[in-house]
Ligand binder design. Structure first.
Ligand code: TXA
Ligand code: MG
Length: 352
């Protein structure tokens, strides 16, 4: 624990860098962030440049206390007060109407602003030292899997930013849940650790899922601009295989053999429950299937680990879309560019 305890000298230096318009990568409880002063348009421009991110994709402003909220939003709806009391600091981002003080470059030209208070001591102290408002996307190159440890940030950001703060591996491993509370009914724009069911229980009202959330490329535009891009993608071509357990295992083995016969290097993402099926193949277990928090925690790390081994193709088992599973499948299907094969219907099609 002590290895990653607060080092105030480092955090003061990092805060000064951000006050001067520089960028600093830092740990949060979800994924590592690439931080800059949210009220400085030049810092936002540097963030977009370092990530190679389209500048119409807005940034989340990170705050360290509730009092900081009033300055950057026009008003705080009652939904927000309830959700903040229940989940801040924590993995929840809320969308508000923005105040004048927030530069357009931070919100990608939108008149709303995304805000969250991370549940990580290093992040909270850093935000204070930086002046209270830190714009921070995930600290990956745009399109790549989000970083869940400092080494991932280093791979993507080396030579581009002056400082990475190593706070060890993150706790959660997938980005915050985003909920829009500017409309009549709260709407989840990006699923995460805090589920729709949890939000409904806290608010005592229905919470809608953005219908465009799972249908990239369809007519509907997601309300969170970042959700429209191919995202979280490893360098290898990823395919998700759904269906009955045995059908999935048999299909994956067949797909791997076919690709290997063509001379490709192929990886398999499986679970502790299915490891034995893939003996002799190049597999990585993402953890126990029934422990969805563990699967979420390991997801991006496994995708990055395959990148380091230069595999050409990855086949992954699918996961349940219940609870946090919804966030897992959202990230995994984006990483796969929606390439999903149903092994059970495939088998029956083959038999015909
Ligand atoms: O867990 C997290 O939220 C991490 C850590 C670092 O805090 N941050 C993160 O930021 O995931 P980023 O930039 O990678 O993703 C932010 C998402 C994007 O999809 C963006 O389009 C959406 O939030 N977003 C930001 N401002 C918005 C707004 N005003 N309206 C709708 N969507 C917004
Ligand atoms: Mg991101």
């Amino acid at each position: 624990m002590s290895e990653y305890s607060l080092n105030l000298e480092v955090l003061c230096k990092a805060g000064n860098l951000m006050q001067q318009g520089e960028l600093v990568a830092f740990p949060t409880e979800t994924v590592y962030g690439l931080g800059g002063n949210a009220l400085n348009p030049e810092a936002s421009r540097k963030i977009y440049a370092a990530k190679g991110r389209p500048s119409d994709n807005p940034l989340i402003i990170h705050i360290a206390n509730l009092e900081a909220l009033d300055k950057i939003v026009t008003h705080v709806p009652s939904y927000a007060k309830k959700l903040a009391a229940a989940y801040w600091p924590g993995p929840l981002t809320m969308i508000f109407h923005k105040s004048e003080i927030v530069p357009d470059s931070t919100t990608g030209g939108m008149d709303t602003v995304a805000v969250r208070m991370p549940n990580n001591k290093i992040a909270l102290e850093l935000i204070k030292q930086a002046g209270g408002y830190v714009a921070a996307p995930s600290a990956n190159t745009s399109g790549r899997p989000s970083p869940t440890r400092a080494a991932h940030v280093y791979t993507d950001m080396k030579g581009k930013i002056p400082l990475i703060i190593d706070g060890g591996p993150v706790g959660i491993g997938i980005e915050s849940t985003i909920v829009d509370i500017t409309q009549q009914y709260p709407m989840v724009l990006r699923p995460g650790h805090i589920t729709k069911e949890m939000l409904e229980k806290t608010l005592g009202c229905p919470v809608i899922l953005d219908p465009a959330m799972f249908s990239v490329g369809a007519n509907q535009q997601p309300r969170a601009p970042g959700m429209k891009y191919k995202h979280y993608a490893p360098k290898a071509e990823l395919t998700i295989v759904t269906g009955r357990k045995e059908d999935v295992e048999n299909s994956i083995i067949r797909f791997v053999r076919e690709k290997e016969d063509e001379g490709f290097s192929v990886g398999v993402i499986c679970t502790d429950e299915s490891i034995t099926a893939y003996e002799g193949l190049h597999y990585k277990s993402i953890g126990l299937r029934k422990d969805e928090h563990l699967v979420a925690h390991n997801l991006f790390g496994v995708l990055r680990a395959f990148d380091e081994e230069d595999v050409d193709f990855i086949y992954s088992e699918a996961f349940s879309e219940k609870g946090v599973g919804q966030a897992i499948m959202n990230r995994l299907s984006k990483a796969a560019g929606q390439q999903i094969i149903n092994a059970s219907s495939q088998e029956s099609a083959d038999e015909v």
